[in-house]
Design a protein around this ligand. Structure first.
Ligand code: FMN
Length: 180
């Protein structure tokens, strides 16, 4: 979707921290690990290279997943050297419940982004698509049922994600041009 907006897009995952034995006990988790096995694990250097980053993390007790936090905690070195400054960032999440911490999760991730000196580009209410996708102004968020299937109108959420991605790319272009 950021590609449609003209960006060169790379997809990364964060390093899994759970043991294979724990993952094997959960069929959905196991299937996810299998489905994403060819996606490269992100490193701090990938952040340095990027103009913009869109994060996505499931909600864990109203907060970001430990795997994501662990990755953020490896960015101390690039932060120290000023390499996280002015990165254009935005975030998305999923949770089982609409009021189970979706907004809090994204805001918790943004807290780290302010420490990075990043430029947080939240969708706000800048497009009608946001209202049809639950109206989370901090970032697109979806609810999933107990079988990990998305609840609601998939197309409505895809439209909100498209808008969020386009907005991130647009602001990243402005920032890049402004810094030249
Ligand atoms: C340890 C743990 C904590 C979770 N905490 C929440 C929560 O606070 N609120 C909520 O709505 N869903 C919560 N969930 C459900 C997940 O957010 C939901 O299943 C997720 O968005 C789908 O991604 P997953 O397959 O990685 O779990 C939790 C799940 C786990 C395993």
């Amino acid at each position: 979707m950021a590609k449609e907006a003209g960006a060169e897009v790379k997809i990364f995952k964060v390093q899994e921290l759970a043991s294979q034995a724990v993952i094997d006990k959960n069929p959905a988790w196991k299937a996810h690990v299998e489905a994403t096995k060819d996606i490269p694990v992100i490193t701090p250097d990938d952040i340095v290279e990027a103009d913009a980053i869109i994060f996505s993390t499931p909600t864990r007790f109203g907060n970001i997943a430990a795997q994501m936090k662990q990755f953020l905690d490896t960015t101390g070195g690039i932060w120290f050297h000023g390499k996280t400054v002015n990165k254009v960032v935005s975030a998305m999440t999923s949770a089982q419940n609409a009021h189970g911490g979706q907004e809090a999760t994204i805001l918790n991730l943004y807290t780290s982004m302010y420490h990075w000196g990043a430029i947080v580009v939240a969708p706000g209410y800048t497009d009608a698509s946001l209202f049809a996708a639950g109206g989370n102004p901090y970032g697109t968020s979806v609810s999933v049922d107990q079988n990990n299937q998305m609840v609601g109108d998939k197309e409505a959420y895809q439209n909100a994600v498209k808008h969020q991605a386009k907005r991130v790319v647009t602001v990243a272009e402005w920032v890049k041009k402004g810094m030249q």
